[in-house]
Design a protein around this ligand. Structure first.
Ligand code: IPE
Ligand code: IPE
Ligand code: MG
Length: 249
């Protein structure tokens, strides 16, 4: 059966509202392969990837998912050819500028996570502005991981905790999981329930290493630019069929 993705504005009837994930993360992989299959330059895949992300964000909002976190650029992605890196930085900046008004109208709270200081200055400014403007929005928390690395995130949390210990504000035995989470970029966002990776690779690629501990994983062969509401529906159906045991019987 083919489903017209544009018709899926309501939560599909087979999904249980009370068992939706609160927080979904997406590793948006396969933009390059999508373009290559069409004989297009890789950057065209990134462009189409933005459209896919916009629709999944709106879908999360329509269906009542509280938080979406998207992996846009990893600390390792600097190793790509300079033209591709430059294109991505310019793309992030342009999209952010173009979409901010709509994000406000749709009550989306935008947050960027990662080592943001290493990004181009003009992008940093756009990021700061969008986070400031959308701070009070409550319909959905939309987090974009840019120059993000899970190991780097854990190290910066350790540094921040160590500084507090050094200043005498904290005792080492006060450091527990809850306190540690408070120092991660995702502080204040619900527990991660579902991590989706497109394009078939069975790896985490340094994304949300701490947060993924008990998340359910869903990998699809679909390339990110082709990931739509029907595909997301499948991921959520799979999620709702899982038995989450958290180490118990
Ligand atoms: C993911 O798509 C987007 C980014 C990493 C920015 P890729 O660019 O990794 O696409 P593939 O994996 O080469 O197909
Ligand atoms: C993960 O995709 C990073 C993003 C989606 C931004 P990559 O394409 O960089 O991951 P690897 O190289 O396949 O592990
Ligand atoms: Mg890739």
């Amino acid at each position: 059966m083919t489903v017209n993705p544009t018709l899926l504005r309501e939560l599909p009837a087979d999904l249980k509202r009370e068992r939706l994930p609160r927080h979904v993360a997406v590793i948006m992989d396969g933009n390059g392969r999508w373009a290559k299959q069409r004989g297009l330059p890789r950057i065209m895949g990134h462009r189409r990837g933005v459209d896919a992300l916009k629709d999944i964000l709106r879908c999360c909002k329509d269906w009542g998912i509280q938080a979406l976190t998207a992996y846009a650029f990893s600390t390792e992605n600097w190793g790509r050819p300079a033209e591709e890196v430059d294109f991505l930085m310019t793309l992030f900046e342009r999209v952010l500028r173009q979409e901010l008004r709509e994000m406000m109208e749709e009550d989306v709270q935008i947050r960027f996570v990662g080592n943001l200081h290493a990004l181009p200055r003009s992008l940093q400014k756009e990021i700061e502005y969008s986070m400031e403007q959308t701070r009070q929005n409550r319909s959905i928390q939309f987090t974009i991981a840019t120059n993000y690395g899970g190991r780097q995130e854990i190290i910066q949390a350790c540094r921040s905790i160590a500084t507090q210990v050094q200043q005498g504000l904290l005792q080492p035995d006060e450091i527990d999981e809850a306190l540690f989470e408070h120092h991660l970029y995702t502080a204040g966002i619900s527990e991660l329930d579902l991590m989706i990776r497109t394009s078939g690779e069975m790896r985490i690629s340094n994304f949300l290493l701490w947060q993924v501990a008990y998340a359910e994983l869903y990998v699809t062969d679909t390339l990110w630019p082709d990931f739509n509401r029907a595909e997301f529906h499948q991921a959520l159906s799979s999620y709702q069929q899982r038995e989450r045991r958290f180490g118990k019987v």
